[in-house]
Design a protein around this ligand. Structure first.
Ligand code: NDP
Ligand code: HSE
Length: 436
């Protein structure tokens, strides 16, 4: 059969990986898709750069509009990144009646509602498996494999760079900047690595996961976001002494009053499988009513793993080229007219447990002052641990683990504790989940 012609926008880590996988596994892919998938054109910023893939047989251009306007190309693969030119190119490709495959989570999280509406009007597909958790087929698993379930919550390590940094710092005592530079070298990090560090990339991915899990519109602005930049090695060690690991999690939960959408460092019991997901690996734990808990694990970034997801989408789109648009899997798992307008909870309304670390004067009665504040606010304590003073220090670190309480009440407690003369500086707060 005639090959399906694909145009690539971007030939960097993911674009180069995609060409490599298509070339290496061409025969297998053809047997699966029913016809060969061939990259005929690729757009890059610079033409004379060393590539990680063989470019013979691919017409290179530095004008991406030539790719989206090429009448021969059936599928455009957007692997440029960012939300400006990528959005314009994708909308133009859709307008030209082309199917789109993208790894761009920022684009989907921020402009996805607009992009999918345009695609629906044109009867084309926009596939985005690679946008979440790299090589793990989590979009397909939730959208299709769990289609019979009511999903209750999901929690995931969904940024490979961040998990790689935390693991190297914890296991090898390496410095933050040095490990980040290695993640960039390995092609894991975003073009702006601040997105990996401050939780933005994980928030993009959580936006997408929540939408396909609960059938709600994409609402990136409503995700509460904290990054890994404030995690200290001492908190990592104290958490370990108490039987916990600190992981940066994206959590989406159906609560009684609405949906929780949050990404932040989280203490999880070390016996949970997800607590032991290290390096660039990602994992997503999904709790659904019929199947119960399921866990998806795999590489969260890098050329070949991400290309695995991009090529899977290319195969899916190729298979569906001749099917009626109405009979395809809906972009966001639920039929476009059936998305629910569920409220997204503000962070003070969210209920969770807490790890608190404070620096307290080393004298009798101080602990009682703090526990009285918890008692007055109805916050129940699970564990207290006073660390040894270092030499003649006047202040010692005290760690509290609390049971679940709404965040507004914890904010009040922290405010009162920080106002005590016996407490020095700010209270460190890390949220804690049992994920049971
Ligand atoms: P890279 O920076 O490695 O590659 C980007 C490519 O886009 C480069 O080839 C670059 O050209 C090209 N490009 C950028 N701007 C233009 C433009 N205006 N016109 C034409 N070409 C352009 O990024 P990645 O491959 O790492 O990431 C691509 C996308 O995939 C992003 O959305 C990212 O978030 C996502 N992603 C990345 C993963 C990873 O592990 N890296 C994993 C999952 C998703 P040139 O090479 O000449 O500079
Ligand atoms: N920068 C991203 C990460 C790439 O490290 O997870 C994969 O989406």
């Amino acid at each position: 059969m005639e090959p399906v012609k694909v145009g690539l926008l971007g030939l960097g880590t993911v674009g180069g990986g995609t060409v490599n996988v298509l070339q290496r596994n061409g025969d297998e892919i053809c047997r699966r898709a029913g016809r060969p998938i061939r990259v005929t054109r690729a757009a890059t910023r610079t033409l004379d750069k060393q590539r990680i893939c063989e470019t013979a047989g691919i017409e290179l251009t530095d004008d991406p509009w030539k790719v989206v306007d090429d009448p021969e190309i059936r599928i455009v693969c957007e692997l440029i990144g960012g939300t400006e030119i990528a959005r314009e190119l994708v909308l133009r490709a859709i307008g030209n009646g082309k199917h789109v495959v993208t790894a761009n989570k920022a684009l989907i999280a921020i402009h996805g509602n607009e992009v999918f509406e345009a695609a629906q009007q044109q009867g084309v597909t926009v596939a985005f498996e690679a946008a979440v958790a790299g090589g793990i087929p989590i979009i397909k698993a939730i959208r299709e494999g769990l289609a019979g379930n009511r999903i209750e919550w999901l929690a995931g390590i969904i940024n490979g760079t961040g998990n790689f940094i935390l693991t190297e710092m914890r296991d090898k005592g390496r410095g933050f900047g040095e490990v980040l530079a290695e993640a960039q070298e390995l092609g894991y990090a975003e073009a702006d690595p601040a997105f990996d560090i401050d939780g933005t990339d994980a928030a993009h991915k959580l936006t997408i996961l929540a939408s396909i899990a609960f059938g709600i519109p994409l609402q990136f602005d409503r995700v509460y976001r904290e990054g890994i930049d404030r995690i200290t090695i001492e908190d990592v060690r104290y958490a370990e002494q108490l039987g916990y690991r600190i992981k940066h999690l994206g959590i989406a939960r159906r609560a009684e009053q609405g949906i929780e959408l949050r990404v932040h460092p989280t203490l999880i019991p070390e016996r949970r499988l997800i607590a032991n997901v290290d390096g660039v690996m990602n994992a997503v734990l999904v709790r659904a009513d019929a199947v119960g808990p399921t866990l998806y694990y795999g590489p969260g970034a890098g050329a070949d793993p991400t290309a695995s997801a991009v090529v899977a989408d290319l195969v899916d789109v190729t298979r569906a080229l001749t099917s009626d648009p109405e009979n395809r899997v809906p972009h966001l798992a639920f039929q476009p007219g059936a998305l629910a307008d569920l409220p997204i909870l503000e962070m003070p309304e969210v209920e969770t447990a807490y790890y608190l670390r404070m620096s307290a004067e080393d004298r009798p009665g101080v602990l009682a002052e703090v526990t009285r504040i918890f008692g007055d606010l109805g916050i129940s304590i699970e564990a207290i641990r006073q660390q040894e003073p270092a030499g003649e220090e006047r202040y010692v670190p005290i760690i509290f683990l609390t049971h679940r309480v709404v965040e507004a009440r914890m904010n009040e407690a922290i405010g009162r504790i920080e106002a005590l003369p016996s407490i020095s500086g700010r209270v460190t707060r890390i949220r804690m989940e049992t994920l049971s």
